[in-house]
Design a protein around this ligand. Structure first.
Ligand SMILES: O=C(O)c1cc(=O)[nH]c(=O)n1[C@@H]1O[C@H](COP(=O)(O)O)[C@@H](O)[C@H]1O
Length: 272
């Protein structure tokens, strides 16, 4: 998917919401456990109930890998369902990969070619030759961790390296990589106050912003400092939406939560 198409979808739906499909069998409604594939049944119901309110879905690999082959099959069914029924949705494989070039190429093939995701999250720690194999894919997006939402972000990411915080080095250096136009970045919603400086370095790049909802980040603050003329934001909520209810009404309850965020996003978009 091109960035231009994503921006068109955001304007059309008045939403830059990404719904995180962090599907945990300990949290899904009990009646679904009788299904042959409860993970896919849950995801399908959530997607069908919320697709008109969001522009992206982000399954986090941990939640699928935790169930072995069954989890991987549910993931494959989920992305196939999204690509066939809702091809306008931007899909993110939240995998946080990155390895020596030869290995990164295989990860890129797995997520972009075999599974058919539009994007994948990547850790920048191994540098240029670990990231460029992902960037080589046309109309696919590499979402590099810049400043993450968790407390541990302060262990390394904000430390000074050559007179500059490490996350700023990540932003600046990655912009020199080949095909850097295919880069997006992760900035946690809990770090909204950093967005002003981040926008000085990458004024136009799209940001994936997790951490509203369960982690307490503020959508308003994120928009205030992070929004660009082409929006430039995908704001993710996972648990805050998908586990709104664990009864038979779970999908409708998720849609209510998604709608709440979409209405706030609509307001922010109209401020432009
Ligand atoms: O890459 C991510 O998506 C990510 C980066 C980050 O800094 N913080 C963060 O929470 N995430 C992911 O975003 C989702 C947040 O989930 P909730 O806290 O339930 O909304 C999880 O899948 C996290 O793994």
């Amino acid at each position: 998917m091109t960035t231009q198409f994503l921006v068109e979808q955001i304007r059309k739906k008045e939403s830059f919401l990404c719904i995180g499909l962090d599907t945990d069998l300990d949290k899904v409604p009990e009646h679904l456990l009788e299904e042959e594939d409860p993970i896919f049944a849950f995801n399908k119901a959530i997607i069908d109930a919320t697709h008109h309110l969001c522009v992206a879905y982000k399954p986090n690999m941990a939640f699928y890998e935790a169930y072995g082959i069954k989890g991987w099959k549910a993931l494959e069914k989920t992305i196939t369902y999204l690509n066939s029924h809702y091809p306008e949705q931007f899909t993110i494989a939240d995998a946080k990969r990155g390895d020596i070039g030869n290995t990164s190429t295989r990860y890129a093939k797995a997520f972009f070619e075999d599974l058919g995701f539009d994007s994948v999250t990547i850790a920048p720690y191994m540098g240029k030759d670990s990231v460029e194999p992902f960037l080589a894919f046309k109309e696919k997006h590499t979402i590099l961790l810049a400043l993450t939402s968790n407390l541990g972000a302060f262990d390394f990411q904000t430390k000074m390296v050559d007179g500059k915080e490490l996350y700023k080095q990540v932003l600046e250096t990655s912009q020199t990589y080949e095909n850097s136009e295919n880069l997006m970045y992760v900035v946690g919603a809990t770090k909204a106050e950093f967005l002003k400086e981040i926008r000085n370095i990458i004024p136009d790049s799209f940001l994936l912003v997790p951490g509203v909802g369960a982690q307490g980040g503020s959508l308003k603050e994120v928009c205030k400092y992070g929004m660009t003329k082409d929006i430039g934001l995908l704001v993710n909520s996972s648990r805050g939406i998908i586990y709104a209810s664990n009864g038979v009404d779970f999908a409708q309850a998720a849609a209510v939560k998604a709608k709440e965020l979409q209405l706030q996003m609509r307001m922010e978009l109209n401020k432009e």
